[in-house]
Design a protein around this ligand. Sequence first.
Ligand SMILES: Cc1cc2nc3c(=O)[nH]c(=O)nc-3n(C[C@H](O)[C@H](O)[C@H](O)COP(=O)(O)OP(=O)(O)OC[C@H]3O[C@@H](n4cnc5c(N)ncnc54)[C@H](O)[C@@H]3O)c2cc1C
Length: 413
Amino acid sequence: MRVAVIGGGFTGLSCAVRLVDMGITPVIFESKKECGGLARGFREDEWRWNLENFYHHVFTNDKDVLELAKKVGAKTLILHPQTNSYYHGKETPLDSPISLLKFSGISLWARLHMGMGLMLLKLLPNGMFLEKYHAVEVLPKLLGREGYKVVWEKLLKAKFGPHVNEVNLAWFWSRVAKRTKNLGYFEGGFEGLIRKTEEYIKRHGGEIRTGVMVERIEIDGDGVLVDGERFDSVVVTTPAPIAAKMVRGLTIPEIDYLWGQTLILETSRKLINGYWLNILEKDFPFLVMVEHTNMIDKKHYGGKRLVYLGNYLPEGHKQLKMNEEQLLKIYSPFIKKINTHFNKRLIKKSFLFREPFAQPVFPVNYSRMIPNSRLGSGVYLANMSMVYPFDRGTNYAVKLGNDIAELVVSDLR
Ligand SMILES: Cc1cc2nc3c(=O)[nH]c(=O)nc-3n(C[C@H](O)[C@H](O)[C@H](O)COP(=O)(O)OP(=O)(O)OC[C@H]3O[C@@H](n4cnc5c(N)ncnc54)[C@H](O)[C@@H]3O)c2cc1C
């Protein structure tokens, strides 16, 4: 039996792995030249490892992606990088109860209030029932108005832009419940895991066709046609708006997404102290600064330091029309606030990446809107908009891919 898998991101790849394990032949169709989707990366000539277009790491409790790595023989590295927040001209750790207690940006009472609220959320085994509340309404009460204003309001607004008032509290709960202080990465970057996964699929009889953009899926008798080629079933892993165009006649709910954008700087000097820097100042034109080479040794990148400046942006945002030079012009004064030694001469190269379907919006009672996995006879959907309430990440893409493969096979048998 042959199953077509549309999209070679982590959902498509893990679906194909599970299919070959169950004796089914998957054929992955990936429109880009390489698999990997949002976790795809690039490599300069003098680098030995790829760098992801968008900053990537896993949490140490990301069981499904870690199991995939083990199965396909990719080496996982467990790391202890520092996460900081930038507030009032300082990089301050704010990623543990102790660091919160020491945070001088808010009063002692506000720190205690926030600490208790976060602990309550972390202790909840399942926060799904919180989806009926708006995060922006409950969080000021739960975490304290002062702490909410200083720490969370800016982060939520920067992440969801004009959709911030729609986001539900279950999404926020999952962010707090899931995070681990230690992080994981893969030897060779996420690229290392992607390549090993591809090799596993091919070794076990699967096929991967890259550079093939699927345009049309039709149900035909007891099979499915993918651009005219017959399969027993098809799993579509593309974002919902692309799937809706491809699978005409079947209903896929409309989901709002934000763009992801990163400007990556190759610099000759360290720009921040830790790996991750959340920007809590309100007027900054970027949400986060991630110095990858403060987590992974720069020797893998020809001794170069690599820093991401990241943003989530709504359709039509002015930054989405800017080129690298224009972005750098508006970012530079703010980078200089963080590191007074910064000047444009430190930048050896820069790289700009954008993707339109980077972050789905999860409004109140989203569980009632989640698209159905079974779209029609033999046609299945498995994409990021179905990863909920946990924040979309490669771990949940892998879990989704595994689950959909099992559903397809149980329907076929
Ligand atoms: C800024 C940012 C930071 C992130 N950080 C992390 C992180 O630190 N850790 C983590 O685990 N996750 C992170 N993620 C999330 C992670 O990248 C995604 O959850 C995961 O890659 C989703 O995989 P997917 O296969 O579901 O979707 P995608 O990766 O979107 O894959 C879909 C694939 O379908 C292909 N496609 C689209 N249309 C067609 C077509 N018509 N025909 C054929 N192919 C098509 C696309 O090219 C793509 O390869 C981050 C994401 C972003 C945007």
